[in-house]
Ligand binder design. Structure first.
Ligand code: AMP
Ligand code: TRP
Length: 350
């Protein structure tokens, strides 16, 4: 066999994927369709790191007991949703010290103006008293940039709302590379076409959010019982057009949202979805079908979740495997950052 043939036969290295999710509030359908489902569907093709970002969660006040529970519960949901520990490294951010360290190092090259311009920060700052808001809230995107850059992630699959933060991570990577030489891979945000923005069922003008998951009728939570899912979907806000088709008219966003959910779960095209409802008698039929597809998608996840939460020792074991893999990658990277900046590494030779 000649050299070039041997070379061509070599498999292409897999793209490194990293994403994160906060252990605050109950995981809802938007998280699943906008993020988790895509991670699971593509884990075979990629080299995967998924981080449960507890350090991000504490940028707003958390009840310690509740936070600990939510962190393990989220891990169980991720495994239950199909992340396979043999293919995906799932770990808790605070188990991997390089994250907090990278955040500090990157803070020192990130202009404060960049952070003050972040939409999510501006939204939060508008509703909060600055005397009470934590510095962590402003710094949140730098911690996130560290999460991404430490792993030399090529791709960062997130929902639409996080795109700006990934773009900031790119800016920070480029600035660091310019100042200290080529250190970081500049990551690409990967936004799913469908499911990128699942809207609140009680108010389709705002996105479905974990923070409101406790409000009646707002969200389907991943571990809701079928009866509860049915009730939430039945209560979903629609309109008075009585027409079941996709639309970008804000007045029809409730129906559009329900169709969007149906579309991502079934994997059908928009045309096929509209065809499915061609003979529907009204929004009651639409809601029944949407409820059914959600329930059958979530039922196996709910069952696996219950089993995992019954064996916390096993869950913790899986998380420490993930953390070990994460440290193996991020440890050397944070040392490389320190070295480039001019910090003396412990044990470094003169
Ligand atoms: P968070 O709930 O903010 O921790 O978000 C975790 C992941 O879920 C991120 O990738 C978000 O972009 C995604 N996500 C959160 N809410 C939604 C939503 N309503 N629609 C689509 N994706 C979402
Ligand atoms: N900020 C993200 C969110 O709220 C979570 C997150 C933290 C993240 N670190 C990340 C997402 C790194 C992608 C990559 O959804």
């Amino acid at each position: 066999m000649n050299q070039s043939v041997a070379h061509e036969a070599k498999p292409k290295p897999r793209k490194r994927v990293l994403s994160g999710i906060q252990p605050s509030g109950d995981v809802q359908l938007g998280n699943y369709l906008g993020a988790i489902k895509g991670w699971v569907d593509r884990q075979d093709e990629k080299d995967n790191f998924f981080c449960i970002v507890d350090l991000h969660a504490i940028t707003v006040p958390q009840d310690p007991h509740e936070l600990r529970h939510q962190t393990r519960s989220l891990a169980a949901i991720l495994f239950a949703a199909g992340l396979d520990p043999a293919k995906s490294n799932v770990f808790i951010q605070s188990h991997v010290p390089p994250h907090a360290e990278a955040c500090w190092l990157l803070n020192c090259v990130t202009p404060i103006g960049w952070l003050e311009r972040m939409t999510q920060f501006k939204d939060k700052a508008r509703n909060e008293n600055r005397e009470r808001m934590s510095t962590g809230l402003l710094d949140y995107p730098v911690l996130m940039a560290g999460d991404i850059l430490l792993y030399s992630a090529d791709e960062v699959p997130v929902g639409e709302d996080q795109k700006q933060h990934v773009e900031l991570a790119r800016d920070i990577a480029e600035r660091f590379n310019r100042l200290f030489g080529d250190t970081f891979v500049v990551p690409e945000p990967v936004i799913p076409e469908a499911g990128a923005r699942v809207m609140g069922l009680d108010d389709p003008s705002r996105k479905m959010s974990k923070s409101f998951a406790d409000i009646r009728g707002h969200a389907v939570r991943l571990i809701d019982e079928p009866k509860e899912i049915e009730r939430t979907i039945n209560r979903a806000v629609t309109d008075s057009y009585n027409e079941i088709r996709f639309s970008d008219d804000p007045e029809r966003s409730g129906v559009n949202n329900l169709l969007g959910i149906y579309k991502v779960i079934t994997g059908k095209t928009a045309e096929e979805v509209e065809n499915d409802f061609a003979s529907a008698r009204g929004y009651g039929d639409l809601k029944r079908s949407v409820g059914e597809v959600i329930i059958s998608e979530l039922a196996p996840i709910r069952a696996r979740y219950a089993r995992l939460m019954d064996d916390i020792a096993e869950l913790d074991r899986l998380l420490s495997l993930g953390a070990a893999q994460a440290i193996a990658v991020s440890g050397p990277k944070v040392d490389e950052m320190k070295e480039r900046i001019g910090l003396v590494l412990q044990g470094d030779e003169l």
